[in-house]
Design a protein around this ligand. Sequence first.
Ligand SMILES: Cc1cc2nc3c(=O)[nH]c(=O)nc-3n(C[C@H](O)[C@H](O)[C@H](O)COP(=O)(O)OP(=O)(O)OC[C@H]3O[C@@H](n4cnc5c(N)ncnc54)[C@H](O)[C@@H]3O)c2cc1C
Length: 416
Amino acid sequence: MRYSGFKVIKEALTGHKGWQPAWRDPEPQSHYDIIIIGGGGHGLATAYYLAKEFQQKRIAVIEKGWIGGGNVGRNTTIIRSNYLLDGNEPFYEFSLKLWEGLEQDLNYNAMISQRGILNLIHSDAQRDAFIRRGNAMILNGADAEMLSTEQIKKRYPFLNTDDARFPIKGGLAQHRGGTVRHDAVAWGYARGADSRGVDILQNCEVTGFRIESGKCLGVETSRGFIGAAKVGCAVAGSSGRLMAKAGMRLPIESHVLQAFVSEGLKPVLPGVVTFGAGHFYVSQSDKGGLVFGGDLDGYNSYAQRGNLPTVEDVCEGGMAIFPAFGRARLLRMWGGLMDMSMDGSPIIDRTHIDGLYFNGGWCYGGFKATPASGFCFAHLLARDAPHPTATAYRFDRFEKGLMIDEKGVGNQPNLH
Ligand SMILES: Cc1cc2nc3c(=O)[nH]c(=O)nc-3n(C[C@H](O)[C@H](O)[C@H](O)COP(=O)(O)OP(=O)(O)OC[C@H]3O[C@@H](n4cnc5c(N)ncnc54)[C@H](O)[C@@H]3O)c2cc1C
């Protein structure tokens, strides 16, 4: 069923009796060609591209809860491709290009809004670093523009650029960055995958792997054993727990990250703004709420809830740069499970077990990566070779010392 303006009007006039469920609720089959574990953005996108771009058949996505219940429905919805390093920038730019055509591709309104992202600069050294980053972006085909304080004043007149504790000395803008309605991404990919024959099995937890003579034969689940020629794991914050069932210890730790939404306000923020002298990022949702976040809670956890000291820390960051926001009331907050890798960059690779593949280590930047992550993981699963934009995301980079440390903070996952 195609969605269109005409269809909406027709249904409005005929009592909304013609809508069909966006995806089926099938029973698990005994065997699939490819199983993807994890019905988050990355798992669903992988299944979609496997079916659409790589003509794979007999695919299942196995999700322990419900579609969109993980990080894909918990993030602050920011998309961008303002990365510095060669291992990262082409991949994230590929992702941004896929975002730009995604709604037409999926025939689904994911509310993709390229309202722009602005990274504020507060010191001369930071300006040098951002000029370098902007040049790396342009060399890789992305857009980047250095803005002066005067240009920022025009766009964000309520920012105190002159006598603030952290004076604003300019900013790096990516005008093609922006926001996307996060859970619509999960729903759009789920609908697109289902319509191409992918079985989406919700309320089905993978409890183990059946591995014989170094080959993965399928997965044990809460609904029985399901066989597969290939199994791809894309469970984000649960990566460590899941891969331990295959006997693997990953270079990944799980941490909590919180997000916050204020009461609805009239339009005040035209785009996404990040604070350069602390950790704070904010945008305004279409309903008017300020959507913001900051640092991780800072300890290892599998709990999807955060703690009050971090709430205070994030709000202090916001107040330092946007004192006016102190008058808005906080409406809701929640936490998500982050798969923080040792160098802050992801892994899309085969494991040492034949037929078992892994996608994870997205830290708290995996939402923007969703389309490219799905595409590249599908490429790897279908062709047994990495996609050209994801060749650096290998397990053995930790063995060989080929880190992709975008922040330059070393092997401390909570600092990436
Ligand atoms: C508060 C917060 C803010 C963020 N902000 C941004 C942002 O602004 N921009 C950005 O780019 N990124 C952001 N992120 C990061 C981003 O959301 C994640 O990196 C990304 O969503 C992870 O991929 P996913 O969507 O596949 O994960 P998930 O949606 O978490 O999918 C994994 C799924 O695996 C399932 N699963 C786990 N174990 C099993 C099992 N044993 N069997 C079956 N299923 C299982 C889970 O139930 C879950 O549904 C943020 C994250 C959080 C929490």
